[in-house]
Design a protein around this ligand. Structure first.
Ligand code: DX5
Ligand code: ZN
Length: 220
């Protein structure tokens, strides 16, 4: 993919001013909305659920990228389609029948993503890579925003890129967790296509400028 994408994570938005923050992203250089759904079981935190997502997608004017950090995600695939997801990502560690989950996501007309925890080796995707539209590499342990970036992520991105090239796949690589202006360019150079950024965008004093800066760095 030539153009590198920025996906602000609404987990770090001001939930009391969610519409304002959604409009900020609509009016920014960002490409996608990244939405984190947590169940308090797969990860030790609960974010927001269906009614909130419905309220969000009533205002989003860009691709809605939903990252499910929940056990047994197959139960909700059609629900997330109805709620407005364009890309639906499930965790490798949460799927007993990953290939079936990918098929079910695609059957709903969404792009199918697989997320890997920091401890999960990218080689585990060798047999499914041609069926995966997007791999989300977690660069922190999932569950919370504002954590420090794990440096081994660069190795994982390079290893995954090798697998994608070797298998002739068209899969794109998304990085999630601890993304800042200090690692954006390095991640893209390693092979990343989409950068998720929560705290770095929403805790900055000029969010539009921060998104612009990330986008420029990712495409420099
Ligand atoms: C963490 C989530 C991330 C989170 C990233 O489990 O998947 O999307 O919002 O937040 P930052 O950019 O603050 O690390
Ligand atoms: Zn996420």
């Amino acid at each position: 993919m030539s153009q590198k994408l920025i996906a602000p994570s609404l987990l770090a938005a001001d939930f009391a001013n969610l519409q304002r923050d959604i409009e900020m992203v609509n009016n920014s250089d960002a490409d996608w909305f990244h939405i984190d759904i947590m169940d308090g079981v797969f990860v030790p935190n609960i974010s927001y659920g269906m009614p909130v997502l419905q309220a969000i997608t009533a205002h989003t004017k860009k691709i809605v990228d939903v990252h499910l950090m929940i056990v047994d995600p197959d139960r909700y695939i059609s629900t997330f389609k109805k709620l407005g997801a364009d890309v639906l990502t499930v965790h490798y560690e949460a799927c007993t029948h990953l290939h079936r989950s990918l098929q079910a996501i695609k059957a709903e007309g969404m792009k199918a993503g697989v997320a890997l925890n920091p401890h999960t080796n990218v080689s585990l995707l060798e047999d499914t890579i041609n069926d995966i539209d997007l791999v989300l590499i977690m660069s922190v342990n999932p569950g919370f925003g504002g954590q420090s970036f794990i440096e081994n992520t660069y190795n994982k991105v390079k290893q995954l890129k090798d697998i994608i090239n070797r298998k002739g796949a068209t899969t794109i690589i998304e990085i999630d967790g601890g993304v800042t202006k200090n690692n954006a360019k390095l991640l893209v150079d390693a092979g990343a296509d989409v950068l998720v950024a929560g705290s770095f965008v929403f805790k900055s004093s000029n969010q539009l400028e921060t998104i612009k800066e990330l986008k420029a760095l990712a495409n420099s």
